[in-house]
Design a protein around this ligand. Structure first.
Ligand SMILES: Cc1cc2nc3c(=O)[nH]c(=O)nc-3n(C[C@H](O)[C@H](O)[C@H](O)COP(=O)(O)OP(=O)(O)OC[C@H]3O[C@@H](n4cnc5c(N)ncnc54)[C@H](O)[C@@H]3O)c2cc1C
Ligand code: FES
Length: 361
């Protein structure tokens, strides 16, 4: 939980008062070479976005995820915000590491970010298809317009910008895993689950239409299948299916024949989707097993498969193997599911450095 001080609006520090009045322009020098202009008072995260530099962000600038790190060489407010103190180690803070969403631009800044981040690009795209996969999950298919292609690793994600809609004047950026395959670089599938009162997902589910233009940026992330390992277990819930749909499609395309067991957790039968796609992967990937798991079978029609939380069959499967050497785990979904799976994996001897995850926090 995050306390009231932790909601992410940049906190003014005494040092901020030194800058010119609101509305003035400041310069942000990035990695010693790129120079951006910024209006006074916007967050550094926003100022970078406006200049075409997209730092990772999972909380929309609320200071919760800790993803939007950068190193500030000069011009930062002296005192870190409570969010920064919670999410950045003291020695990193001393070295200038800060959260860009927590830094209001009130003077010229000199910052350092990973060179790879400079390669993320903004894309204009058109919604070519909208499909309801379940009662609360939609797939958006996007055709890229400018640039026309995106080159990514299966498992990575993009950030998409919502548009204002009745009752919501704000436009926000949110992250979504790519569900389509790298071999089709002109089109992107995203699988988006409705979050009650969520700004972006309400836009997607209730307002977005086919042929509408959207802006996105990416690709981002280090959640992808590591090369050359003999066996993997995948675990997902809800829209956590997205990166695995991409990874499995890419395995087919690349002829990757490693053994994969995929546990997919759902509340009820009506929350299961992509079953035909999983059957098709089973035919093309001889070492692939898909195990849907339903947590509330009592409210399902005739469910005869695995039941319980996804950790239950995962734990039984790990126990039945008599060893986990050579096994890697890939997890995607809610923070709670990921945390529970990591503990089960650890209890069965799968070391943390063999567990990869994308948490939809
Ligand atoms: C790497 C990554 C990949 C992801 N991939 C996917 C994906 O493929 N599919 C998918 O469906 N999702 C994915 N997500 C989650 C996604 O990015 C969004 O977080 C999610 O869709 C909710 O966005 P929203 O704007 O609708 O909700 P938000 O408006 O962000 O609200 C989310 C919840 O937080 C609450 N909330 C709002 N404001 C605050 C506040 N100030 N403080 C505390 N709580 C607040 C809301 O009431 C709501 O319950 C991914 C996340 C990450 C980090
Ligand atoms: S902490 Fe999440 S975007 Fe800054």
């Amino acid at each position: 939980m995050n306390g009231p001080d932790d909601q992410g609006t940049p906190h003014p520090n005494p040092a901020d008062r030194e800058g010119p009045a609101s509305g003035s322009d400041f310069r942000i020098r990035v990695n010693g070479v790129r120079i951006l202009q910024s209006a006074s008072g916007v967050s550094l995260l926003e100022a970078l976005r406006a200049g075409g530099i997209f730092l990772p962000s999972a909380c929309g600038g609320r200071g919760i995820c800790g993803f939007c790190r950068c190193t500030i060489r000069s011009g930062a407010p002296e005192n870190p915000t409570p969010s920064e103190i919670q999410r950045i180690k003291p020695e990193e803070l001393s070295a200038g590491v800060r959260l860009a969403c927590q830094i209001p631009v009130r003077r010229d800044l000199e910052i350092q970010i990973s060179e790879a981040l400079l390669e993320y690009r903004a894309f204009a795209a058109e919604v070519s298809e909208l499909t309801s996969l379940t009662h609360d999950i939609k797939r958006i298919r996007l055709r890229l317009i400018q640039p026309k292609e995106i080159h990514f690793k299966a498992g990575q994600y993009v950030q998409i910008q919502s548009r204002p809609y009745p009752g919501m004047e704000e436009s926000v950026w949110r992250s979504y895993s790519i569900a389509s395959i790298p071999d089709d670089p002109g089109n992107l599938d995203l699988i988006i689950k409705r979050v009650p009162n969520g700004i972006c997902t309400t836009w997607v589910h209730d307002h977005l239409k086919t042929r509408e233009r959207v802006t996105l940026a990416g690709p981002i992330g280090d959640f992808f299948l590591r090369e050359g390992k003999p066996e993997a277990v995948f675990v997902a819930g809800g829209s956590g299916m997205a990166p695995f749909a991409s990874i499995l499609g890419d395995m087919v395309a690349k002829g990757d024949r490693r053994n994969v067991t995929y546990f997919f957790g759902a509340v009820c039968r009506r929350d299961l989707y992509y079953l035909e796609e999983m059957n098709a992967f089973r035919e093309k990937l001889p070492g692939f097993r898909f195990i849907p798991v339903v947590s509330q079978p009592e409210i399902c029609d005739k469910w005869e498969g695995e039941t319980g939380l996804v950790t239950v069959p995962l734990s039984e499967w790990l126990k039945s193997r008599g060893g986990t050497d050579g096994l890697e785990a890939y997890l995607c979904g809610s923070p709670g599911m990921i945390q529970a799976c990591r503990m089960v994996l650890r209890d069965h001897g799968v070391a943390g450095n063999r567990v990869y995850f994308d948490s939809f926090s």
